[in-house]
Ligand binder design. Structure first.
Ligand code: NDP
Length: 327
């Protein structure tokens, strides 16, 4: 991997411009970042909140940082913040994006603001509650269930009294889902020759809610197993990132019609007005011990590219984070 060395940016923002310099402590590895590496300006990017990465510039992503110098009265040296930053040791932030201050008396580890209390946890919260309206006794299926989003979806659904089954890509992850995160059952999709048969085994009465993190063949199999008036939150399609041809495609989409399934894609950024409510809800459940959270931390900026790539081969166990400054 090529490492670019540049000089520490001076805080050059004129007074009142709102610029501030931060020291990056933790960086978040997220699957959407793969999409930002495609050639610029595909039509779909115009609908997204983020654009392609700039060549020869540090990668941009969510991070937790400490303000070291500021020309912005709202942010002072010593403040901890979570929001968009660069994959570099120090970043000069001139246009704060999805940025919030973390209380100095934070009761939750700083890095959790990239997962449990950050964008992935929020994605779980708004996707589950706003799109799926879970009710006690309903059958919920979550794919990529042990990851940053999936682990929170499953545990929130359990708190609502649902029966929750997750799929994941290794025996360790499957074990973690049932023994640590309280899922009712879990299975390793890589060991299932027939995903439809696997879902019929775990959901003999069908699925009310499918929280789809992977797309592809799993979505196709879930469509066959949805109950009438089921809901599908189309959160992500991580299985499709490496697909170069169109493959067999989704064959079972007509189930959406005959079963009157509500299937909706979403971006967490559609729901940012709910962020304070999410923070209260999830923080309270975490501090009460109702929700556990698993993260997978690599040390050093140089580990970041491999950490990101590992999301697409399932190497991460829980939310993948890079600690820029080792303890
Ligand atoms: P994860 O922490 O779950 O990491 C990605 C996981 O995806 C891997 O660990 C791996 O788990 C699984 N995976 C990788 N390749 C495949 C494959 N070919 N088939 C099936 N599973 C695969 O990531 P996140 O929780 O951060 O993200 C989960 C999904 O949510 C992604 O699709 C992401 O794009 C989406 N997302 C959407 C948002 C929105 O606003 N709509 C916001 C945030 C995330 P395993 O070992 O189990 O295969």
């Amino acid at each position: 991997m090529a490492v670019t060395v540049s000089t520490l940016p001076e805080l050059k923002a004129p007074k009142g411009s709102g610029g501030f310099l931060v020291k990056n402590l933790y960086l978040s590895c997220d699957p959407y970042m793969r999409g930002r590496m495609r050639p610029p300006s595909p039509a779909s990017f115009q609908l997204l909140t983020f654009f392609g990465f700039q060549l020869c510039q540090p990668i941009e992503g969510f991070g937790v940082s400490e303000v070291v110098d500021s020309d912005n009265p709202e942010f002072q040296a010593g403040d901890f913040i979570a929001g968009m930053t660069g994959w570099e040791e120090y970043t000069l932030i001139q246009k704060p994006q999805q940025l919030r201050k973390i209380s100095r008396n934070h009761a939750v580890p700083l890095s959790y603001h990239l997962g449990l209390l950050g964008m992935p946890g929020f994605t779980a919260y708004c996707g589950l509650y706003e799109l799926c309206s879970p009710k006690a006794g309903e059958f919920v299926f979550v794919s990529a269930a042990s990851g940053a989003v999936g682990q929170i979806v499953g545990q929130l659904a359990k708190l609502e009294g649902c029966r929750v089954v997750g799929s994941a890509g290794s025996a360790t992850k499957v074990e973690m889902l049932t023994s640590k995160m309280g899922f009712d059952a879990a299975f390793n999709y890589k060991e299932e020759a027939d995903l439809d048969a696997a879902l019929k085994r775990y959901f003999p009465q069908g699925i009310d809610i499918y929280f789809d993190n992977v797309g592809g063949e799993m979505l196709d199999a879930a469509l066959l197993n949805m109950r009438v008036k089921g809901r599908i939150a189309v959160c992500g399609m991580v299985s499709q990132h490496a697909v170069t041809d169109s493959g067999p495609g989704i064959r079972n989409i007509s189930n959406v019609i005959v079963k009157r399934i509500k299937m909706q894609g979403f971006l967490q950024s559609d729901f940012l007005h709910l962020y304070p409510r999410f923070l209260d809800h999830v923080t309270a459940h975490f501090l009460a011990g109702d929700i556990v959270y698993v993260e997978d931390v690599d040390d050093g900026l140089e580990s970041a590219p491999a950490a990101l790539a590992g999301l697409f081969t399932g190497e991460n166990i829980g939310k993948k984070v890079v600690r820029v400054v080792p303890p």
